[in-house]
Structure formats: C-alpha cells, structure tokens
Design a protein around this ligand. Structure first.
Ligand code: ASP
Ligand code: MG
Length: 463
C-alpha cells in the first residue's frame, strides 16, 4: 500500500488537481492520500487573522475570495451528484471561519490557539474537496488520529498514541482510497486543534506510512526532486536520482526545502522508501530515498546552505583538554535548548567556534560565559566573542570522510577565489563537511563548491 502526499501547489489549481486525479487513479489499488491546503491558502489565512486582530482590511472580502477559490474548484471538478453536498461541507467551514474571524476582530487579539483553529480550515476544506474529486475515494479526518502533546510550548506528535489511532482508523486492509488533510492535529489532553508546524503535511504522511508499514511514501510537489543544490543559485544543479535517508536528513537540516525535515525519521526507522515527485511532470523519475545507496557512484550528493548564522568563538589556552571542552560546550548548548550546527577549531588549538542560528546567538553567549566562568576568571579562556551575518555551506554525502582531502580542497578553492572561510568542520560528521562564510559571499561560494564537487573534471579528481 502506498501513501501519497500532495502539497499546496499540487492541489492549488484546477489544472494541477486534474494531474492529482490522474496520478492517484492510475495506481490501480486503494491508497492513502494526504493533502495540504490549496497553495498559498495557509499564508492567506494567517495574514487575514493578523489583519482582523489589527482592525485593518476588509475581512469579509478576504473570506469571500477564499470561499470563491474553493467553490470554483468544486464547480469544475466535483461530479454533479456530489457537488451540493461538498459545497455544503465547505460552506459550513467557511461559516465557522467567519465566526472565528469576527471573534478576532472583536477582541483585537490573536492567541496562538485561535490561529491554530484558523489555519486548520485550509486542510479541512481541501481534503473534503480532493476526496470528492477522486473516483471512489473516502474522506477521513486527521483530527481523529493525529494527536499532539505540549513540549516546551511546542506541539509535538504523540507518536505512540498517533500510531495506535492510525492503525485503528485505517484497519489492516484498505477498501477504498482514503483522503485526509495533512498538518492538522488535536492536543491529546485538551482536544484543542493544533498542527505539526508549517510544512507539516509531509510529516502527517510519514506518520501514516510508518504506522501502517506502507510499501512506499510518495511526496508530490512542484519540483522534479531533490537537487544537487538550490537551482535559483546554481543553474547547473541537477536532480539527485537516489540518496540515503541520512543524506536527505542532512540536506534538509542544512536548508534544502524539499521536505519538512521531521518527515524522514518515521519512514527511515521503518525503512520505508520515500520518493519525491513532481505533480506537474509526473513522468520524471524524481528522487528515491532509501537505505541502499552505499556505492560510490557519485562523489558528493548535494550542497546546501543555511543563512542567518552566527558563530561564537572561544579563545584561550584550551589545548590540554579538547575533548572535555567539546563535551562541556555541547552540554551547555543542550541545556540552553540551542541547536548547534557545528563545532570547529578554526586556527590551531587556541580557539574553537560554535555555529548556531542568529536568533540563538545571545543565548549561546550566555550559556558559554556561564559554562566557562571559572576559565574566564583564571585566564585560561581569554575571550568569548560572537560574529553574525554568516552562512553555512554543507557538502553532504555518506562516509564523506572517505573522499580524502575533500575539505581541504574545498577550502583552498574558496581561498583562491578570495573568499574567507571562517570555520570548517571536516571530520566531525560522517556525512557533512560544513564551511562557514560571510553571508555576502555565500552565493559565489556555493557556485564554487558545487562546481568543485560536480564538474566532470573534478569528479575524476575526487575519485
Ligand atoms: N498548509 C500548511 C502550510 O502551508 C502545511 C503544509 O502545506 O504542509 O504550512
Ligand atoms: Mg511543503
């Protein structure tokens, strides 16, 4: 059994929905279909809520426009005998939406909970519509089986409960194709509507695939697959036909926006292959992600980048105990809930650097100043300083260390072209070489690094 997820652009227009219908109906057996809200609708729902809270704009007109977008699709694609019923279901959601927006306008406030209700309408409406466009499909309500719990103010999936409810909802054998909304969920304790975070429909699909031991998870989107780099920066970037779960996780966490990063864990854990496919170009081969890519048929899998990065550098006489310093740093960061991208020793052994999102730089400074307070006192640590406006370039491949000297060669390529490399982590990860550069240099550096990894000549060189 397959699980297919169609993103916002795939369900956004009458034309793309026709493709969705063709794709699902050609499977020849029942499948599970997870859909996003109509493309752009989630942003629109949020923007309208903010307008309502600020007492600005014509909220009624906004809602009318959203309603029309849905009813146009229903008119064009839902069979006549079902049309009224589908219009009525969507009409009920629109009416509910009007009430919530009215409430926001009245109290001039937008609590998180209310915003969660507002955004949920997107997937609740799109899923009902898609279920009624596909021949012989049934709708099922994700709010019944995707459950979240609160974790430090964040809603995260309660995997055990969710797995169990998914199995109960779908049973052991599908009689019909089932369509449900991605992204939306309920709090397991309060029953309130929550969600899995922006882009979370991919994760819904992965949770379902994992709970039901699906044969395959297909993520249908508007690009031909995972690319060797961001094609807007690197026109030569090409589709990666196949990669491992780990490589895809690494590329995602370093900025590749193809799928929502948490998506990979559930299917990786169950070893369920994952395919990225293009709804507008369904015959393209896409990218297959599974665990069988061990051969060295290509050198590097992909190059991605993260911007808005800061680096905190600790300088002092720390040569004597690098391992202990590293673990103290990691622990201090973990206690502060700060996600660290890389730790590196930029020059000799007298300093080391930690890299994190810009938004977490202040916290990181505080955490490190606290952790190394004794050394700052004694003078073993001379200073802890920060620098912002940086970017990290990640070069990803399993067992990347087997490509001897790659890190040094990439650094040299950049230096030769006048680009300063602030830090490099080469050898700390099995999968990634990360290079820190100034944000102003990042596009050029990406081009150089991508060129070095993927030009034919270099491929020979790296082998
Ligand atoms: N509609 C939600 C969003 O735009 C979830 C998703 O599309 O995955 O973030
Ligand atoms: Mg998405």
């Amino acid at each position: 059994m397959k699980v297919l997820k169609f993103g916002g652009t795939s369900v956004g227009t009458i034309g793309s929905l026709r493709n969705v219908k063709r794709i699902v109906e050609s499977i020849g057996e029942p499948a599970i279909v997870v859909v996003s809200a109509l493309g752009g609708l989630t942003d629109r729902l949020i923007a309208t809520a903010r307008m309502a809270a600020a007492g600005e704009g014509d909220i009624a007109a906004e809602i009318d426009a959203m309603e029309k977008r849905h009813s146009d699709i229903i008119e064009s694609l839902v069979a006549t005998d079902r049309r009224n019923a589908v219009m009525a279901s969507v009409g009920k959601y629109i009416a509910e939406m009007r009430d919530v927006y009215k409430g926001i306008s009245l109290i001039r406030d937008l609590p998180e909970k209310t915003l969660d209700v507002i955004v949920s309408f997107g997937e609740r409406m799109s899923s009902v519509i898609v279920a009624n466009i596909l021949g012989d499909a049934r709708h099922c309500d994700s709010l019944d089986f995707i459950k979240t719990e609160k974790w430090f103010n964040k809603n995260i999936a309660d995997r055990t409960l969710t797995d169990d409810l998914i199995r109960k909802s779908f049973g052991s054998k599908l009689e019909h194709t089932m369509v449900c909304g991605g992204f939306i969920s309920r709090d397991r304790d309060t029953g309130e509507i929550t969600n899995l975070g922006r882009g979370g429909s991919d994760y819904t699909a992965a949770l379902i695939a994992a709970a039901l031991d699906a044969d395959l998870l297909e993520i249908w989107t508007d690009v031909d697959g995972f690319m060797t780099s961001d094609p807007r920066i690197i026109p030569e970037a090409r589709v990666i036909p196949r990669m491992s779960f780990i490589e895809s996780m690494e590329l995602c966490s370093f900025g590749a926006k193809v799928i929502y990063p948490p998506t990979i864990y559930p299917v990786f854990h169950k070893n369920i292959p994952l395919k990225i496919l293009n709804t507008n170009n369904p015959d393209a081969q896409g990218t297959l992600i599974d665990d069988s890519v061990q051969e060295m048929e290509e050198n590097v899998r992909g190059v991605s980048s993260l911007r808005q990065i800061s680096m905190v550098t600790v300088t002092g006489d720390i040569t004597s105990n690098v391992a202990q310093i590293n673990s103290r740093t990691f622990n201090a960061m973990a206690r502060g809930g700060i996600s660290v991208f890389l730790v590196s020793q930029p020059d000799c052994d007298s300093s080391f650097a930690v890299t994190m999102p810009e938004s977490e730089m202040e916290n990181a400074m505080t955490a490190l100043r606290t952790e190394f307070a004794p050394e700052l006192q004694s003078g073993d640590v001379l200073e802890i300083k920060s620098r912002s406006g940086l970017a990290v370039i990640a070069v990803v491949r399993e067992s990347i260390r087997k490509i001897k000297g790659l890190g040094a060669r990439l650094v040299n390529t950049l230096l030769r072209n006048g680009i300063e490399v602030m830090a490099v982590s080469d050898g700390t990860s099995e999968t990634t070489i990360a290079l820190v550069v100034d944000i102003g240099d990042v596009n050029r550096a990406m081009e150089l690094v991508h060129g070095a990894c993927f030009s034919e000549q270099q491929n020979q060189l790296l082998r």
